[in-house]
Design a protein around this ligand. Structure first.
Ligand code: ZN
Length: 329
């Protein structure tokens, strides 16, 4: 049997999963509740007044949160989904990536609502080849109810695939693939963010500003998240900021990320050639936040509230990035 026929036979078996329930009469681990709503809103920076106070509703986008199993899992799974994923694993489609999610909201959820749900394997695609590899898209649909009444629908799609062989490293990117000296991945520059990267090339950190309502935004987007306006100009960041949050990357040590680059003063600032390094969510003085490396301080001295200042660091002949150096104030 050729590979092609093997895949076709697999495809037919996979199709038989369409319509099979993945979870039946599931129940939310917790009723809709104010603390989870508050945590969500704080994490999202969503200050919509509809989500607080005695008449609060839950943010609609939390729909899936009320059905999630957590570490302890759900008792109401049928096993069909695991069986499907197991078949795909056995066929070599061992990798998975979530591709998209669609939600439909039918009624608001309020604190105290007890959520029930059913999940069905809605669709298994034919064999598809993507840049990641060849595999199958699997869509599950979860119908959420409260007191027997439909409250919303959550569709979740994954791609289970056999990873494509890695393309050989381009020689100009790394003389010795896998060794320090590998170049960093290039940023994705598109028509929405090109102005940002033009600014970086000129050593200017530009923040988008809505000309309708004056709201600043970062990262760059086509529209204003405050008023929906499409017109914008830019303001140049002063470069002053503080660490709003951070993580320390310990491993794995991707070669491209273990070279620290050269700061304006020639120092590597904190990240040793193979050592952990800190990635911060930097709150700029202008109020927007951006993710970048925190340099000029040992990674274990980075802390929330640490004052930092923008520097442009040259990583290679074509790549300069804005990073943030710890400063004493
Ligand atoms: Zn606006």
């Amino acid at each position: 049997m050729s590979d092609e026929q093997g895949y076709d036979a697999l495809g037919a078996r996979l199709k038989e999963f369409e319509g099979r329930p993945a979870a039946v009469a599931g129940t939310g681990k917790d009723p809709v509740n104010a603390p989870m709503i508050r945590h969500w809103c704080e994490a999202m920076g969503d200050t919509n007044p509809a989500y607080t106070g005695p008449e609060a509703i839950a943010p609609p986008a939390m729909l899936q949160a009320w059905t999630m199993a957590g570490l302890s899992g759900h008792q109401d799974r049928t096993g069909a989904y695991d069986e499907l994923l197991g078949l795909l694993d056995a066929s070599g489609c061992t990798a998975v990536v979530a591709t998209d999610c669609e939600q439909e909201y039918l009624r608001p959820l309020r604190p105290g609502d007890e959520v029930a749900f059913d999940t069905v394997i809605e669709e298994v695609s034919g064999r598809k080849t993507t840049k990641l590899g060849t595999g199958y898209f699997v869509t599950t649909r979860t119908d959420v109810r409260v007191g027997g009444e439909p409250a919303g629908t959550h569709r979740f799609r994954i791609l289970k695939y056999a990873p494509a062989p890695r393309p050989p490293a381009a020689p100009q990117r790394s003389a010795e693939p896998g060794k320090p000296g590998a170049l960093r991945p290039r940023p994705v520059v598109n028509r929405d963010n090109a102005g940002f990267w033009e600014g970086v090339a000129a050593h200017r950190l530009l923040i988008q500003r809505c000309t309708g309502c004056g709201t600043l935004r970062h990262p760059w987007l086509p529209g204003c998240n405050a008023c929906g306006g499409l017109d914008w100009d830019t303001v140049e960041a002063s470069g002053e900021g503080t660490v709003h949050s951070y993580v320390v990357m310990h491993h794995p040590h991707f070669p491209a990320f273990t070279e620290s680059g050269t700061g304006p003063d020639g120092s590597d600032g904190g990240a040793g050639a193979d050592g952990p390094y800190a990635v911060g969510l930097i709150e700029l003085a202008e109020g927007v936040r951006m993710v970048s490396n925190v340099v000029g301080v040992p990674y274990d001295k980075v802390r929330v509230g640490l004052p930092v200042r923008l520097v442009f660091r040259r990583y290679d002949a074509e790549l300069t990035l804005p990073v943030f150096r710890a400063v004493d104030r």
